[in-house]
Write a new protein. Structure first.
Length: 314
């Protein structure tokens, strides 16, 4: 058993070592039907804020936003078909859903102007996107009811509610967008904010909101990023939970943002992030390696990381 685990770890590390140096990220944000003017304005404003933040983050990003009357099922379908035609396997794909959702006990639907779209239909469209790493952030009411239909190997799913029965309007979206502009969300001080860091930030802020309002919380955010498990509320990397989320960079800050905006350094930055991920993988799997193997792999990776960082600093 130990030998098999060691072989799997080595294969995983080898895959990281030969991963493509350059990759694009495709972002699609959809702010659905507001119903009431207050919600309609809130959803459009959140989508606009997210659009601005993502476009300013630098790097090889493609940002598309649908909100208000434009956020129809037909336009959403066309946008996903367009991304499916453009995105390559080495790219990443992020879909953010803002607004109201409904759940009838069996099926989740995103409420849109005109016909709604179900989680199963969204999953079918996203499955056509070749990007090997995907993230769907569903911040709507009843979003927990969408996880089972959306989850897939290589795709992380975040939901603002733990189930389809939490049907009140959520505040999670506000804090998820805020996380991408707040440097304190960068807990590991990597000059970037990962999907896991944004999730943790928004979860803390959401809980604090209900406490400050002296209200019973009506939303409890969850995620699933193994493609096969039940949604959870916190990461357990030793079991695989949270590892994909942690590896997905949403925005970069400071020097990393500058490097991402420089075509000459973009490949180096991607390599740096791969090596950092490789170190995290080694630490998680340390118990399955002999002390000698662990030290050799870690030393080799740290040396390469130092060289890459030196090139970036020039």
């Amino acid at each position: 058993m130990r030998g098999r685990r060691l072989a799997l770890i080595c294969a995983s590390l080898a895959a990281l070592a030969v991963a493509p140096a350059r990759a694009d990220t495709y972002f699609l944000t959809v702010a659905g039907l507001g119903g009431e003017p207050e919600y309609a304005q809130r959803f459009v404003a959140l989508a606009a804020d997210l659009d601005r933040v993502l476009k300013a983050a630098g790097g090889a990003v493609h940002v598309l936003t649908l909100s208000g009357p434009q956020a129809t099922r037909a336009r959403l379908t066309h946008a996903l078909e367009r991304i499916a035609a453009q995105a390559q396997r080495e790219d990443s794909f992020v879909l953010v859903l803002i607004g109201h959702g409904s759940f009838d006990g069996e099926q989740y639907k995103l409420n849109l102007p005109g016909p709604d779209i179900s989680a199963r239909e969204l999953a079918d469209l996203c499955n056509r996107v070749r990007a090997r790493r995907q993230l769907i952030v569903n911040t709507t009411s009843a979003s927990g009811g969408s996880v089972a239909a959306l989850q897939r190997n290589g795709r992380a799913v975040i939901a603002a509610t733990k189930s389809g029965t939490e049907k009140n309007a959520t505040v999670f979206a506000r804090y998820f967008v805020e996380a991408l502009e707040d440097a304190t969300a960068d807990v590991d001080k990597s000059d970037s904010i990962s999907a896991l860091e944004a999730f943790n930030y928004a979860t803390r802020k959401t809980a604090a909101f209900y406490e400050s309002q002296k209200r019973l919380a009506t939303e409890h955010a969850v995620f699933e990023d193994t493609g096969r498990g039940e949604p959870v509320r916190s990461a357990a990397p030793e079991h695989g939970e949270g590892r994909l989320l942690a590896s997905l960079t949403l925005v970069r800050l400071g020097a990393t943002r500058s490097a991402a905006a420089n075509p000459a350094k973009r490949g180096l930055l991607a390599r740096k992030e791969q090596l950092e991920q490789r170190i995290d993988e080694l630490k998680i799997q340390r118990a399955a390696l002999s002390p000698q193997d662990y030290k050799r792999e870690l030393t080799s990776t740290l040396l390469e990381l130092a060289k890459v960082q030196q090139e970036l600093d020039r």
